[in-house]
Design a protein around this ligand. Sequence first.
Ligand code: URA
Ligand code: ZN
Length: 387
Amino acid sequence: MSATAKKLLVDVHSHVYLPRYASLLRSRSSVPKICSVTTSDGIPQERLLILNHEPSGGRPVGSQYWDREEKLKFMDKHGIDVSIVSTANPWLDFLSAPDAQLLASELNNDLEQYCSTSPRTSNCNYAIKRLYGFGLLPLVPEITTSAALDIVSQITQLPHLRGLIMGTKGIGRGLDDAALDPVWDAIEKAQLVVFLHPHYGVNAEVWGEENNGHVLPLALGFPFETTIAATRIILSGVLDRFPSLRLLLAHSGGALPALSSRLASCIDHDPIVASRLKHDARYYLGKLYLDAVAYGPEELGFASDVIARADRYNPQSSSTPVLSRSIGSKRMLFGTDHPFFPPLTSTEKWKSVVENLEAIDRVQGWSQEDRDGVCGANALALFNLIQ
Ligand code: URA
Ligand code: ZN
C-alpha cells in the first residue's frame, strides 16, 4: 500500500434513506414515517418519526438524508475520501416478509447504483470509488431461510456492497436465535461485514417524565441495545460456530467494553452457562470490530485496551501476550453517523465529526500509524477496498 493510500479518511458509519425508502416513509401514516408540517414561522418542513415513543414531534429531515450530492458535499467539507453507506434505521423491520424481501432486493440494487456511479477518490493511487455500501437483509418474522439467503447472495454479487447493516431483532427472536445459523454461515462464507446497529433502545419507561428530547434514547438507549445484542450473540456461541464472522459494532460497542469482565465473571458463576462457551467472554471482544464513534479519546483508548486484552484469553497466542493499545486500534474504524447529529447552529464543520476526529488524534498510546489505521487503513483492509 502506498503512503498516499494510508492517509485516506474512510467513514464506516454513514447513513442514507434512499429515495425509494424515503417515498415509502412519506406514504405511511404510522411510525416510521416522514410527515410534512409547517413551523411556527410558517416554513414548511418535513419531519422524521422513527423511534418508539418519538420525542418532540420527531426530527427535521431534508435532502442530506437522500441526496447523494449532499453526501459528497458533506464528505468534501470534512476531508472524507470514502464512505461506506448504510440505510438508516429502522430498515425493513416494520414490513411483512414478502414486502421486506422485495424492498431489500430493490434497495440493494439502488445502493449499488448509488455507489458504483460515484466518483473515484482523487487522493489515492488505487481505483477506489468514494462510496461503498452495506446492503439490507429482509430479517423480519416469517421470512424463510431461503429468502434471506437469496438476499445474502444478491449482496455478495453486487461489487460495491461490502457488507450488510443489521438491527437487533433478527427474525423476531433476536440475534441469538439458532434459526439464524444458516444466515451467519452464508455471511461468513461470503466474507461480508455485518454492521450491527441499534434502533429500539431500551424500555422507554426508564427515561422518566422529563422532556429530555432525544438525549436519553440516543446517548444511552442505542448503545445499551447494541450491548445487549452483542452479548446475546456471544452467549449463544455464534462466534464459536462462526469464528471468521466479521461483526462491526456501532457506537464503539456501547457499554460492552466496560462490562466485559463483569460478563465473564457472571458466566463463570452461572451453572447454566459456565461450560457453554469455548472461551472466556473477554476473548470474544478481540474478534469484534468497533466504530470509533465515541466522541472522546479516553473511551477510544479504553476500548482499544479491551480489544488488545482479548489475546490473553486466546489459547493460540504466544505465552507472553502483549497488552498494547496499538493492537486494539487495528479493530477500530472512524465513523460520523451522518446525516444524524447535524449542528444546531450553522457552522463550517459538524461538531459530531470534528469531535470524533479529534478524539482519534488524542488517544494516548496510539502511534501516528495507529491513528491513520483508525482513520482509514483499517477500513481499506476490512472492506477489501484495495485489491
Ligand atoms: N439517530 C438515529 O435514529 N439513527 C442513527 O443512526 C443516529 C441517530
Ligand atoms: Zn448510525
